[in-house]
Design a protein around this ligand. Structure first.
Ligand SMILES: Cc1ncc(COP(=O)(O)O)c(C=O)c1O
Length: 305
């Protein structure tokens, strides 16, 4: 655990507690079966406004409600409460740096794999900057691991246990010398990366797999579709074939963690000239100006603390 984390405050079952006091029992269905759902939210420090700006907090907490319903929790932690708790958490930690916020709703108690309650909640927030590959771009592998399907482990739920699928793909990509994995779904169509959605540019149109492609319904993907529209770039949400990467002039990942990360090559073959393309670069500029409060085009997406 990084040293600084010990000084952080955690929201834990309606209380704000020191980092080391946020503990869940080893016999809980959370520990035994990964029975939990979570969110990843970013907040950025705006020098200009002297405030932390939490990006699309409400949408993340509304998705967390949907995840809880899909997981059939017998009580739903409401978005309103979790938004308020997050804002208070950011305030109490007095951050002046970018942070990654992770709200979790989990099955507590001592039940079995079908237990639906009791429900516990916690939220952590830790400093986390922009990954290096956002600037330089990354390489990706089409994974031999298939994306989980809605008939087995719904990708639409941001459930902790789903991430074993991402783990297999991410580890394999690393062993094989790639930065990231892109998974195909059970129909053989492109689904998403191991924690991010994917776009490619073909003939000037930004194409991304539809929400019925076994993706997480990504909030950044939704942001990107809106921003590209504002930039005058046409978009399409549809089935995507893996071979389309080789016909694309640009490609990028998007997600809260990966922000907007250009993809320079897939399976060792360069996308376009093999470096971040002009639409991706313009999008990055618009995106970072928005989340960091340089522009104020979508004030409803920013919660100031
Ligand atoms: C599997 C998966 N897909 C996509 C995303 C992107 O979603 P969002 O943009 O809401 O962060 C994430 C999380 O970042 C994820 O874990």
């Amino acid at each position: 655990m990084p040293d600084h984390d010990q000084d952080l405050i955690v929201y834990f079952n309606r209380e704000f507690v020191p980092w080391n006091e946020a503990r869940v029992h080893v016999f809980s269905p959370f520990a035994k079966y990964g029975a939990a759902v979570f969110e990843g939210v970013r907040a950025y420090w705006s020098e200009q406004r002297g405030r932390m700006l939490v990006f699309r907090l409400r949408e993340h907490m509304e998705r967390l409600e949907v995840s809880q319903r899909i997981m059939r929790f017998d009580e739903i932690a409401p978005a309103d409460d979790l938004c308020a708790a997050t804002i208070e958490l950011v305030r109490r930690n007095s951050f002046r740096t970018p942070v990654h916020i992770r709200p979790t709703v989990y099955v507590d108690g001592d039940g079995g794999s079908s237990a639906r309650g009791p429900i516990g909640t916690f939220i952590t927030a830790v400093p986390r900057g922009t990954p290096e590959r956002v600037h330089e771009g990354c390489t990706a592998q089409i994974s031999s691991w298939e994306r989980i399907s809605d008939r087995s482990m719904p990708a639409r739920a941001k459930a902790n246990a789903n991430y074993n699928n991402a783990r297999f793909a991410g580890i394999q990509a690393g062993i094989d010398g790639y930065d990231a994995a892109i998974m195909l779904n059970s129909r053989g169509k492109v689904s998403e990366g191991q924690g991010m959605c994917v776009f490619l540019i073909r003939d000037g149109v930004a194409v991304t797999p539809s929400v019925t492609s076994d993706i997480l319904e990504s909030i950044t993907r939704d942001t990107v579709l809106t921003l590209l529209g504002g930039m005058g770039v046409d978009t399409a949400e549809r089935d995507v074939d893996r071979s389309e990467f080789f016909a694309a002039s640009e490609a990028f990942f998007c997600g809260t963690g990966w922000e907007i990360t250009p993809i320079n090559a897939v399976d060792g073959t360069a996308i376009g000239p093999g470096r971040p393309g002009p639409i991706t670069r313009r999008l990055q500029q618009v995106y970072f100006d928005l989340v960091m409060g340089v522009t104020d085009d979508c004030p409803e997406w920013i919660a100031e603390v």
